[in-house]
Design a protein around this ligand. Structure first.
Ligand SMILES: Cc1ncc(C[n+]2csc(CCOP(=O)(O)OP(=O)(O)O)c2C)c(N)n1
Length: 669
């Protein structure tokens, strides 16, 4: 899919943010449909965030009719819903490369365009970033508008509340567009979402489009007061909603100094135009409560809101192609073996099995019940399951006191999102040595979601914390038995990390066994007797997959090798390490940044224990850069983490003058 053909479109071919004001509402309705079709085709080909983007088509059109992205600062919270903005600003022609390597990112990115004013991927950053822009404008005496677009789930983040607190303290001209579709990835949770629901239904706030006198006529107040309000020229400045909304549902935002407007139909461009034009005139913080439907325009997306929040390649039902004449070029990565499950699925099944026999096990997720494989657990054990919303910091502290009362909390958070709770891991969990099990899904690179989502820091940020132990399974049996063994006797802070990937299924036996968690598993030992050099390979997690081919190449070069699958990152297996000092090369492999990761731990071990020996250590992992977005294999190849490159690096390091041998697919050890 190298190009896009806009010939068959009526308006999309002409439209951009500079001329969007010139279109009338009938034309914009057609444009909205064209945008939805375009998004559908691109997401069909490339995967991506679907429902959220279909829901903000009219809202984004209206934003670009009322604000100038060259001057004004439009900040998307999380920014998974910024596709329409990208298309309508300066990336329409390139949008078919969405989420592909070197292509358009699935999130806002200041490096990608000067019209992206803030990069994101993690939820809850929008209001803080917007307030910074507003304050900078005031201090520098500049003149631009600041708009933050935030979803109803991101609104419930702790960070967002910190920002709201601060906006009240430093009121500044700032427009917050609250895009309320009642959904996070799953249905939104928590007391605040219930509050928003009440606001949605508040009869006195419905429809700003109604003339003030029409709304006032609905109110049980006498005509003198009505006339007074209507005659008051600055009724709008006083806060329309305050005047007409008695005490049915108090508007919290107003108490914090943020004027509330709404709810507003977020699919009515004309109405949105009116409201945004009005909000622009206010010289204070204002929140516009916009109601949208996630998946608007697609029956499939509306019926399966959760499933179609984010979609994998080729997963949409699509009948006609408008922008790409054929669906040629659709590269849906086939599962290598259909029987293989994902790590997430195996975790989800295992935790249920374990919880059936252990009523102390409780599971906690931060807005990712399906992503972390906990949906069935939540149905089977509703009293032992907690979806705390996008609140990773809270999730971690909450788990500590559950543990102090003797429960066994299993906190399931993606590696990248647990970064949010770094302080809690140290201050609340580890310092008090509280036994909580952390299950980090999406550890290692995640592919198309890119640098905001790659889970490549956890080995470093966990390894440095005293009291923590860290395990990395590489197949189904290991994952099951690590979980089983840890939960039999959960007595310290523990982390298990695994990637978004299929899991190799060794021994599908449903029985669990207690395993030796701290001993690395010897996978292979060469039988070469007359060899050139000796190499020890210490591999972690899914990178073990590369090793059989590497070893077969080493054997052909007459290099002796010993391969360990290192399931425990902390503690290290010192017994194994102490026997490797006479090797010509020790290789470590990790799907983590090299700084502070597994290889660093091994390096520290040798430095501390064998400082008088000359050791040759090669660490393979991610360097001092952010890994871009793209297909996982493509990223591994680009950054030199594949069989051939590993072999080449070994040869360079052992300093052997052997002929380099290529990898063929049928090599095996
Ligand atoms: C800190 C953090 N935790 C979890 C996520 C995963 N996540 C991505 S989008 C999303 C839901 C966002 O819902 P909302 O803000 O209401 O936006 P919508 O998609 O409904 O427009 C979640 C939980 C995240 N991006 N960041």
């Amino acid at each position: 899919m190298n190009t896009t053909n806009f010939d068959n479109t009526k308006y999309l071919k002409y439209i951009n943010y500079k001329n969007i004001k010139d279109f009338n509402y009938n034309q914009l309705e057609i444009l909205a449909q064209e945008l939805r079709d375009f998004i559908t085709e691109v997401v069909y080909h490339n995967g991506g965030h679907y429902g959220s983007n279909l829901g903000v088509v009219e809202l984004t059109i209206s934003l670009l009719r009322n604000f100038d992205p060259e001057q004004d600062k439009i900040v998307f919270d999380t920014s998974h819903q910024s596709y329409i903005y990208k298309i309508l600003t300066d990336r329409k022609e390139k949008f078919h490369t969405l989420r592909t390597f070197k292509g358009i990112s699935g999130f806002s990115k200041i490096k990608e365009s000067k019209l992206d004013h803030y990069g994101a991927g993690h939820a809850g950053t929008g209001l803080s970033a917007a307030l910074g822009y507003a304050k900078a404008r005031d201090i520098l005496k500049q003149d631009y508008n600041v708009v933050a677009v935030i979803g109803d789930a991101a609104l419930t983040c702790g960070v967002t509340f910190e920002a709201i607190n601060n906006i009240g303290q430093y009121p500044s001209k700032l427009i917050i567009v609250l895009n309320d579709n009642e959904f996070s990835i799953s249905p939104n949770v928590g007391a605040f979402s219930i509050y928003l629901k009440k606001l949605r239904n508040n009869p006195f706030l419905v429809k700003v489009e109604k003339k003030v006198d029409e709304v006032l006529n609905l109110l049980p107040i006498n005509s003198l007061i009505k006339n007074f309000i209507i005659d008051t020229k600055n009724w709008i400045e006083e806060g329309f909603t305050k005047v007409v909304s008695p005490s049915i549902v108090g508007v919290i935002f107003e108490e914090f100094g943020i004027q509330y407007i709404g709810p507003v139909d977020g699919h009515n461009i004309k109405l949105l135009d009116e409201v945004l034009l009005f909000a622009k005139k206010l010289e204070k913080p204002v929140i516009i409560h916009v109601l949208t439907e996630k998946g608007k325009g697609s029956k499939e997306a509306q019926e399966h809101q959760e499933k179609l929040h984010g979609v994998a390649k080729g997963k949409l039902k699509i009948s006609n192609f408008i922008y790409f004449s054929t669906d040629e070029g659709l590269k849906v990565e086939k599962k290598e073996d259909k029987k293989l499950k994902t790590y997430t699925e195996v975790f989800g099944e295992t935790i249920i099995e374990l919880a059936k026999n252990d009523d102390k096990i409780v599971a906690i997720t931060a807005a990712m019940p399906s992503g972390t494989g906990l949906i069935n657990f939540s149905k089977l054990f509703p009293d032992r399951f907690f979806d705390v919303g996008i609140a990773e910091e809270h999730a971690v502290i909450f788990s500590t006191t559950l543990a102090l009362k003797g429960l066994k909390p299993v906190v399931c958070i993606y590696s990248t999102f647990l970064q949010r709770a770094f302080d809690m891991l140290i201050h609340d969990v580890a310092l008090q040595n509280i036994p909580v099990l952390f299950v980090l899904d999406r550890a290692g690179i995640v592919g198309e979601d890119g640098p905001t989502h790659h889970g490549v820091f956890d080995l470093s940020y966990l390894r440095m914390i005293p009291n923590f132990q860290i395990f990395v399974p590489s197949n189904e049996l290991e994952l099951k038995n690590i979980l089983y063994t840890v939960l039999q006797n959960l007595d310290k802070p523990t982390a298990i990390r695994y990637p978004r990937d299929n899991i190799e299924g060794l021994n599908n036996d449903s029985k669990f066994s207690i395993i030796d968690l701290y001993s690395w598993i010897l996978k292979y030992e060469s039988s070469l007797s007359n060899y050139n050099k000796k190499v020890a390979i210490l591999a972690t997690g899914r990178l073990n997959r590369f090793i059989p081919k590497v070893i077969s190449l080493l054997e052909k070069s007459n290099i002796y090798s010993k391969w360990y699958n290192c399931i425990s990152i902390k503690p290290l297996d010192n017994k194994v390490l102490s026997n490797l000092v006479d090797y010509d090369l020790i290789l470590t492999l990790e799907d983590n940044v090299l700084a502070g990761g597994f290889g660093s731990a091994v390096l520290e071990y040798f430095n501390d224990n064998f400082y008088n020996k000359k050791l040759n250590l090669l660490r393979i992992g991610w360097g001092d850069y952010f890994v871009e977005h793209g297909a996982i294999k493509e990223l591994y190849d680009f950054y030199g983490i594949n069989e051939q490159e590993i072999f080449n690096k070994i040869l360079e390091k052992v300093d052997l003058d052997v002929i380099k041998i290529g990898v063929s697919n049928n090599e095996s050890v």
